[in-house]
Write a protein that binds this ligand. Structure first.
Ligand code: SF4
Length: 560
């Protein structure tokens, strides 16, 4: 490996200090220098390319899959010189956000270096399309500051003094600390995940360690929305079929700027090109909002009221899918709960005598027909339950014109079972009781019969294949109070954002703390509390940062 960094060489070249030098990188040693590529003894052939047509008529071309093992093309960087390169095109996955879009790595057949990353047209999610971060994976592979081998702290924690150690040394030392902890207790090892990048494998390992040690960042991110979905049907994220929807209802700007960004964004636009109406609730005029037919800059915290106003619009006008609701909703239990007094129909904001007598009549009708409850009674109950959620009330609370809400309600009423919805996630995590946003949003799917339909919304696990491991460790019967303290019995996911506070209060200590592609000092709003905890070797005795790149928290690790 050259001691001269790529930046030094680049600067030398740019400033004219020296002729550019090419590093003699050994095959397969990405990151140790500039990649080298071999000249091909063959020239590119003219072959029919795989064509992907985009909704706006543009086309992209990709090498056909049967040529991926041995693909020859001209090196664009050497133009106008004609230099052919010979590659293996290896399917891989982008790790730069949770979308996990498909990429094709162009790997030089001789030097085994990666020339570039392009989209993979065979990937079912991204279908060959990527955002700019996908092909930029190359920058990470050859980042001059990429961490290429285990580092062990040699100075004070946070002093930035490290020495290179072998994997054997690192693994032996860390494993010994884990074993010592495990012999003492079952809550001393913690694995704190930022980006898992896999589907359950780590949990098998943690289970095999026999500790209650899985911690996630979910409570500062998606836990609220997940709870709202879980309460509907046990799945915790939605999978909307935007491409076939008639109405796409989005809360927060996330779909075109964050999670699931590229695979969803392209399908939202496909739906739009096919005539779908897009409604976006977001205080910001986001990218998504700017592409919408209706932008509802709802006052933060008012989203649930707006959604229930849409629901009430459908209910009062008898424009909900009664057959779907009759078949799939536990309406008989709801009626029984009304009679038993478990579910109160409040004589809410209207407070008029007519409403009070309607409620009382309904309760006696339900009591009198307890053995043969009819859906008609449930319909009456729905009308009373949601009567207070008028469009006028929602408009006042959300500070959005009532006409615009009425227009959206009409679109939803006419969606014909094709309502694609998604909340991710500011509205749900940023407001007290935000879990109700996801709950009320999916209520609209239920009322319109848009559940599991083409153009509707499914549970995230309904169309996803996750292979089951052939053997798993038994469920862990330990409990870590630093993750789920007993005074938060309804917590949905670990209270990880409070971890340094729990440590500060003296609730416990951590023997071995793994951060996995996770930078808690940066992610959490109170970074200095994390800094204090990460510095404290009494509270966090060994911190192992699993990351290929430096971040603020890794700086305060014992091993990187
Ligand atoms: S949306 Fe962009 S960053 Fe996210 S996985 Fe796809 S290509 Fe990568």
């Amino acid at each position: 490996m050259s001691n001269e960094s790529r930046i030094d060489r680049l600067l030398s070249t740019m400033l004219g200090w020296a002729e550019p030098k090419r590093a003699a990188a050994a095959p397969g040693e990405a990151g140790f220098g500039l990649p080298a590529f071999a000249a091909s003894d063959r020239v590119p052939e003219s072959v029919p390319m795989t064509v992907v047509e985009h909704p706006d008529g543009r086309m992209s071309q990709y090498p056909p899959a049967d040529r991926w093992d041995d693909w020859v093309e001209w090196d664009g960087k050497r133009w106008p010189e004609r230099v052919a390169r010979r590659y293996m095109l290896i399917p891989t996955v982008c790790f730069n956000c949770e979308s996990a879009c498909g990429l094709l790595a162009y790997v030089d057949r001789e030097t085994l270096e990666v020339k570039k990353f392009e989209g993979n047209p065979a990937h079912p999610g991204s279908r060959g399309r990527n955002c700019a971060k996908g092909p930029a994976t190359h920058n990470q592979t050859y980042d001059p500051e990429r961490i290429l081998y285990p580092l062990k702290r040699v100075g004070e924690r946070g002093a930035g003094k490290w020495k290179r150690v072998t994997w054997e040394e690192a693994l032996t030392d860390i494993a010994a600390k884990m074993r010592a902890s495990r012999e003492q207790r079952r809550d001393g090892i913690m694995y704190h995940v930022g980006r898992p990048g896999e589907d359950g494998y780590t949990n098998r390992c943690i289970g095999a360690w026999g500790v209650d040690g899985h911690n996630s960042h979910t409570n500062i991110c998606s836990a609220s929305a997940r709870l709202g979905y879980s309460l509907w049907g046990g799945f915790d994220r939605p999978s909307p079929d935007h491409a076939n929807a008639r109405v796409i209802l989005l809360i927060s700007s996330h779909l075109e700027t964050g999670h699931y960004f590229n695979p969803h964004a392209q399908r939202i636009i496909e739906g739009k090109m096919a005539g779908a109406k897009i409604i976006t609730m977001d205080p910001r005029l986001s990218n998504t909002a700017s592409m919408s037919d209706a932008w509802l800059p709802t006052w933060p915290g008012s989203e649930t009221t707006v959604l229930l106003a849409f629901a009430n619009y459908l209910i009062q006008q008898d424009r909900y899918d009664k057959e779907f609701v009759r078949k799939w909703v536990n309406w008989e239990e709801t009626l029984k709960a009304i009679v038993d007094g478990q579910l109160l129909i409040a004589n809410g904001q209207r407070g008029d005598a007519g409403a009070a007598s309607a409620i009382s009549n309904l309760q006696s009708s339900i009591s009198n027909s307890a053995s043969a409850l009819s859906f008609d009674l449930f319909d009456q109950a729905l009308k009373l339950l949601y009567a207070d959620f008028t469009l006028e009330r929602a408009a006042a609370e959300a500070q959005v014109p009532v006409e615009r809400l009425r227009e959206c309600a009409e679109w939803i009423a006419n969606c014909d079972g094709k309502l694609a919805t998604h909340v991710w996630r500011a509205a749900s995590i940023g407001n007290l009781g935000g879990w109700q946003v996801a709950r009320a949003l999916f209520f609209l799917n239920v009322l319109t019969g848009s559940v599991g339909t083409p153009g509707g919304t499914s549970g995230n696990e309904w169309n996803k294949f996750v292979p089951k491991p052939y053997k798993s460790p038994p469920a862990v019967d330990a409990w870590n109070e630093l993750q789920l303290p007993h005074e938060y019995p309804l917590a949905h996911y670990e209270l990880s954002f409070l971890l340094p506070h729990f440590l500060e209060e003296g609730r416990g200590t951590i023997d071995v703390y793994f951060t996995r592609v996770y930078n808690p000092m940066w992610i959490n709003p109170d970074g200095f509390v994390w800094l204090k905890a990460l510095r404290d070797e009494e509270k966090i005795k060994c911190h192992v940062a699993l990351t290929p790149t430096w971040n603020e928290s890794a700086w305060f690790a014992d091993y990187v």
